[in-house]
Write a protein that binds this ligand. Structure first.
Ligand SMILES: Cc1ncc(COP(=O)(O)O)c(C=O)c1O
Length: 466
């Protein structure tokens, strides 16, 4: 009999004793030598079997005293299954509820496309081709800035979009979130002040909290931040950093106008403030809109992005585009905190899909599918008295006002009880001024149950008000 098979025989024998309660929780297992003799195997086979049973938690070792059956596992706690219903509606709320939701939960509040809308055929093809790659790609650390081929491809793409840059000014990171975190480590110290939009992407707030900074906010309008209030905030609070999305802003879907962009950039220069332009939704625009980073020529504006919304949020990879001296400092920081760049395997998969001819066609089809879907969902929401604040040029969000007096946090909590995750306005608002708003992801609203559940919980919450 082979060694592996003998080990399995010993494991099965012990498992049978535990199942039949011949061995009870807490009870000592037979000695290694004794059980080896019983099973007619070598002591090393029993050692291996006990080690494997210990590794999966069935038994445990007491130093110098042998092996014991592990105590019974905790009773199955029904109350712990599914999302935590009583969690406070804070900047972590949507991420926690949507990332941990059951697979069949309705998720109009989440921030990604349904899996079957993603280019999974191209991704599978890329997976097959990396399967044939050299051993080094599957085994080694990558270079400090990340894969050359992907950085070169991105540089060409950025030049086409009017951003004059080269591969050396691009640093690949393990995700867009990690890119922002790295820049925050580089630029910020606890107690600094950071300017964000009201509303803004909730994870800017969550991440900045981890950096222990102070917030100052400026209302975000249909063409970008309110310029007068922006200037006042800079004079009064002297923020060292502003984080924003210029194109298809999360959550509003608005896009920065050229006039506002110029004013913002002039003010940032006058008041010596750095800007992170998070461009994660760039590929969803029907045509490129003005970018602070291009106007500024990569002096005080840093661009970050990732492929989570267009290719895969499972294959994690992001990037930073910045001036050369900052990139060098960021490389050191990334080595210190991550030892090297992102996974070379992830970068190769992304490169493979981006460089395939079918990616452009996929994105064209996706944009047009989203246009149709956006109009259809807007009409369904309007029938419930839920009105878009703006009809975005692209992307998958609709930022909507709720009918008379309904608080979006109440609605979101009620919806959670019906297995539906919503994104209530105040998770996007540092000053908590967005209680009457809700962000909807139109791509996650194809199932008629979404609007039916929404109508039902809306009725329940409104009857509570009335
Ligand atoms: C504006 C914005 N930036 C960054 C991210 C996160 O990017 P990544 O998945 O690459 O960490 C998201 C995800 O929802 C986002 O909406």
């Amino acid at each position: 009999m082979k060694q592996g098979t003998r080990t399995n025989t010993v494991i099965d024998a012990i498992q049978r004793k535990i199942n039949s309660r011949a061995l009870k929780p807490g009870e000592k297992l037979p000695s290694i030598r004794g059980f080896a003799a019983t099973m007619q195997v070598s002591p090393s086979t029993v050692v291996e079997a006990y080690d494997r049973l210990a590794a999966d938690g069935t038994i445990y070792a007491r130093r110098g005293a042998g092996f014991y059956v592990a105590p019974l596992i905790q009773p199955f706690a029904v109350a712990k299954v599914g999302p935590e219903l009583d969690r406070a509606v804070d900047p972590f709320w949507v991420s926690r509820q949507s990332l941990d939701a059951a697979t069949d939960a309705l998720k109009p509040g989440c921030g990604w496309l349904p899996a079957d809308w993603m280019p999974h055929n191209q991704m599978r093809q890329a997976l097959r081709s990396v399967g044939r790659a050299e051993d080094a790609l599957l085994a080694d650390y990558g270079s400090t800035k990340g894969a050359d081929n992907l950085r070169r491809l991105l540089a060409r793409q950025f030049i086409d979009e009017g951003l004059n840059t080269g591969p050396d000014q691009i640093l690949l990171t393990p995700s867009g979130t990690q890119a922002i975190d790295l820049i925050c480590r580089f630029l910020l110290r606890p107690g600094d002040t950071v300017l964000v939009d009201d509303p803004c992407y909730f994870n800017f707030q969550a991440l900045l909290r981890a950096h222990q900074v102070n917030f100052v906010t400026v209302p975000y309008g249909k063409n970008g931040p309110d310029v007068d209030q922006f200037e006042q905030a800079l004079i009064q609070h002297k923020p060292s950093l502003y984080i924003t999305n210029s194109a298809l802003h999360n959550p509003t879907g608005a896009t920065l106008s050229p006039q506002v962009a110029h004013k913002i950039l002039n003010l940032a220069t006058t008041h010596d403030m750095v800007i992170i332009e998070d461009d994660i939704f760039a590929a969803f625009e029907p045509a490129p809109s003005p970018r602070l980073v291009a106007m500024d020529g990569l002096d005080r504006v840093i661009r970050v992005g990732s492929f989570s919304k267009t290719l895969s949020a499972s294959v994690r990879c992001g990037y930073i585009v910045a001036r050369p001296d900052w990139i060098e400092a960021l490389v050191d920081l990334q080595v210190a905190t991550n030892f090297g760049g992102p996974s070379p395997l992830a970068a190769e998969l992304i490169y493979s899909v981006l460089s395939s001819g079918s990616y452009r066609k996929h994105m064209e089809a996706l944009r047009s599918r989203l246009d149709t879907c956006r109009s259809e969902v807007a009409a369904k929401l309007a029938a419930l008295g839920i009105e878009p604040w703006l009809m975005p040029r692209g992307g998958f969000y609709l930022w909507c006002s709720l009918p008379g007096g309904v608080d979006s946090a109440d609605l979101a909590k009620a919806a959670l009880a019906g297995s539906m995750v919503l994104a209530p306005g105040n998770v996007f608002s540092v000053p908590q001024s967005m209680g009457g708003f809700m962000r909807f992801n139109v791509s996650q609203m194809q199932d008629p149950q979404v609007c039916e559940t929404l109508e039902r919980v809306l009725r329940t919450v409104r009857s509570g008000i009335g």
